[in-house]
Design a protein around this ligand. Sequence first.
Ligand code: NAD
Length: 455
Amino acid sequence: MGAARLLAGQRRYFASGATRSAAWRRDQLHALLRLLGEREEEVTGALEQDLGKSGTEAFLSEIAVVRAEADHALRHLDRWMAPERIAVPLGLRPARAWTQARPLGTVLIIGPWNYPLQLVLAPLVGALAAGNTAVLKPSELAGSTSRLLARLVPLYLDPQAVAVVEGGVEASTDLLAQPFDHVFYTGGERVGKIVMKAAAEHLTPVTLELGGKSPAVVVGGDVRAAARRIAYGKFMNAGQTCVAPDYVLTTPDAAPVLADALADAVRHFYGSDPRASHDYGRIINEQHFDRLVGLLTDGTVASGGRYERAERYLEPTVLRDVDPGSTLMQEEIFGPLLPIVEVEDLDEAIGFIGARPHPLAAYLFSDHEEHLREFAGRVQAGGLAHNVCTIQLAVPGLPFGGVGASGTGSYHGRRSFETFSHQQPVFSKPTRLDTLRLAYPPFGPLKRKLLRRLL
Ligand code: NAD
């Protein structure tokens, strides 16, 4: 079906009011949970085919995240949907004022390939909870997951309200030419600009969930514990995670210890040959593989560095002696290469981060409260985390999104509901007892005096 007809059909359905009731929204969220429960094996199979993801990693980082979002929405939906009373100033009384959350209408959700299930279905939770109809466009680069979503979604969700459109640039371009009520895009900065321009034609609001170079700063505290958590966040999904630490900033004395500890953590997680580990993923395609292998020469390999193109396997790799001007340090790495850059202290680390585009996340590893205060007070980033990385996304109550170059808007939990709702203000004043009479012209001296006193 063409994009225009698809949108027209969903608009008609939305206009019928079918998606407005809390009962419909709940049904859809339950259906989504059923899909994830009953089809878990098919889902993990598709993710393994696309990215070599292990079943456990797929469960933790994709399925469980969507389930947590849906559970959270079901628990809080009544409160989110309830009108919110707003106080009316004395001079305008008697009157009532409130805001009510209205669905936006028909929304478009465009997903990337790295968490191809989570990053389409987690926004969908918000769109459904808010009572919208939605068109989903999964990434063609994760073809197995895209095909699976196209097959399963219509079996579980209301097919008049949710549709999956498969395809690449052409399909996206067709969809973006339509006047959707919101476009929710997750992916890279280059396409983010294309999406925003296309949406501007229709004055369609956008959420842009982009990426960037998220730093991890290690200054004081247990370096081995930091290394384990950094290695976990970095090498999950073979480093293809938008909030993975892109590089590490640490002091010259800690750098060699940290490099060793990172190598140890990798051995612990994936054994001495991660290629043989079922828990270590693969690079999405040859193009990204070649790009990443090209970056290996931008520094000295401290550990890892082996690769096998036929399998798109790239070993978890730690690099030192990197040039801040190299491609490795200029572009988002989005793969299992972790450069360590040396800085004198926390102050220099914060300066280093501040001199670059705002990252999606910034991580601080330190046991000192004053370091955290300093970091939280001065670092501009989509989100911050202290002594952990990436797992902050699993807290549905915490908004997730970028700032500046790392994105616009946010979601998760209540923020997802708000992203896909219009908070409509309503003001209601009875006609009896016309207190506005005082504000009607003509304005004599007495009225002026009274109005000034009242307002
Ligand atoms: P991608 O290439 O899969 O593109 C994302 C989507 O955009 C796909 O559905 C694709 O079909 C569509 N697209 C591609 N070219 C297009 C065009 N010319 N016009 C319209 N649509 C087009 O994914 P990607 O961009 O390589 O994703 C990786 C990036 O996404 C990284 O920068 C990463 O940091 C970021 N990311 C951000 C988040 C987040 O939540 N903030 C999550 C994951 C990934």
